[in-house]
Ligand binder design. Structure first.
Ligand code: PMP
Length: 366
């Protein structure tokens, strides 16, 4: 009883808003075909796995991370095509960078703005810093930016930080370049172009935000190695004007990137062609999956520039459960936002995985 009283007293020291919050739940995928989290379904070929293993075996685990982290940061900036004078900082996944950005702008009365539905961590990290979050609804039919609503919300709320995921999650949509430019010009604060899904953007459809960043000093570009094929390695990076990135760098825990992660990421960059070929295959599979979903009665997919497809079905909860019972795990995003009623998100898999998904889906719908 004394132990329980002391425990209650300890928990009482935690902020009330934290006590009232819920931890991020990762749905269990044990024994299921995992098509829920925008992971690259491919691994490295066996000979490269062995070479990576040998490389990792030589890493000095007894030392704190140092030079190799700095090397990785520069290598990632080069990989992205950034100019030499662009600043770069690394996060333990882009999730950590979103957290650091929230800390960087957190002061009483400040707010964060993003289109919704969007990536849930923008709001979650804003709330952790007691920042208000302003979600501006996308257009209901095509999930495109509502420019007038965005500009009006920027004027009214003067957000310290705006996120534009390009492409967006979970809608997999890109935004019009001229609209982005007008938002960046109207923004009184930072604008983060979150290019997590950049490997899956067709050349003809999208353009990197690096050029915009060069014209607009308040624009930062955030990328990650997660969708590239290293979701387990946790490497995100933030590019921008050196003087601006330096401010975020002050908030980064000094050893946030493990020596093993840095080494694995450098190895992956040295074999970027392997990952580029995987991404090309996944883009093709995405287009195949889109067409096949479109042909299924009662399924309405939206065009995608990511490695996932959002689709509306007649009963998302029932379809999700039926697929899971058949061993396929997707994401039911219906509850995330009213605009997503009865929407499911399918992550693009290997050709065999997509074939299986389509067969199971057809079965549960008939
Ligand atoms: N941004 C967007 C738009 C995402 O969808 C995700 C992951 N789902 C992230 C950032 C975070 O990725 P990570 O932390 O793995 O780099």
């Amino acid at each position: 009883a004394a132990f329980d009283r002391a425990l209650t007293q300890a928990i009482d020291q935690i902020r009330p808003d934290v006590r009232a919050a819920h931890a991020y739940v990762v749905q269990s995928s044990h024994g299921l075909l995992k098509m829920d989290a925008m992971e690259n379904p491919y691994r490295l070929p066996p000979e490269l796995q062995r070479a990576l293993g040998e490389r990792l075996a030589t890493v000095a685990l007894n030392r704190y991370p140092a030079e190799r982290t700095a090397e990785l940061a520069r290598a990632l900036a080069r990989h992205a095509g950034a100019a030499d004078d662009v600043g770069v900082t690394l996060g333990n996944g882009s999730d950590e960078l979103i957290g650091l950005l929230s800390i960087a702008v957190a002061r009483p009365g400040a707010c964060v703005l993003a289109p919704v539905p969007g990536f849930v961590m923008y709001e979650a990290f804003a709330r952790q810093q007691r920042l208000d979050f302003i979600g501006v609804p996308l257009r209901a039919d095509d999930f495109q930016l509502d420019e007038a609503a965005m500009l009006a919300a920027i004027r009214e709320h003067q957000p310290a930080l705006i996120y534009l995921a390009y492409p967006n999650n979970p809608t997999a949509t890109l935004w019009d370049a001229a609209v982005i430019e007008r938002i960046a010009q109207a923004a009184p604060g930072l604008v983060v172009m979150d290019e997590a899904y950049q490997p899956f953007v067709d050349q003809v459809s999208g353009q990197s935000s690096l050029a915009l960043m060069a014209r607009q000093p308040n624009v930062l570009v955030m990328r990650t190695m997660s969708k590239f094929g290293l979701a387990g390695v946790r490497i995100g990076y933030l590019l921008g004007a050196a003087a601006l990135v330096e401010q975020v760098e002050k908030l980064r825990p000094p050893y946030n990137i493990s020596v093993l992660n840095a080494e694995a990421a450098l190895f992956a960059l040295a074999h970027a062609d392997v990952y580029a070929a995987q991404a090309a295959e996944l883009r093709q599979q995405r287009d195949r999956l889109f067409q096949a979903l479109q042909a299924l009665p009662g399924v309405s997919p939206w065009p995608s520039q990511g490695n996932m497809i959002l689709a509306r079905v007649q009963d998302a909860a029932a379809t999700f459960a039926a697929l899971k019972a058949r061993g396929v795990l997707i994401k039911n995003v219906s509850a995330l936002h009213p605009l997503l009623a009865n929407c499911l998100r399918f992550t693009v898999g290997t050709p065999d995985e997509n074939t299986r998904l389509l067969a199971e889906l057809q079965d549960c719908l008939s």
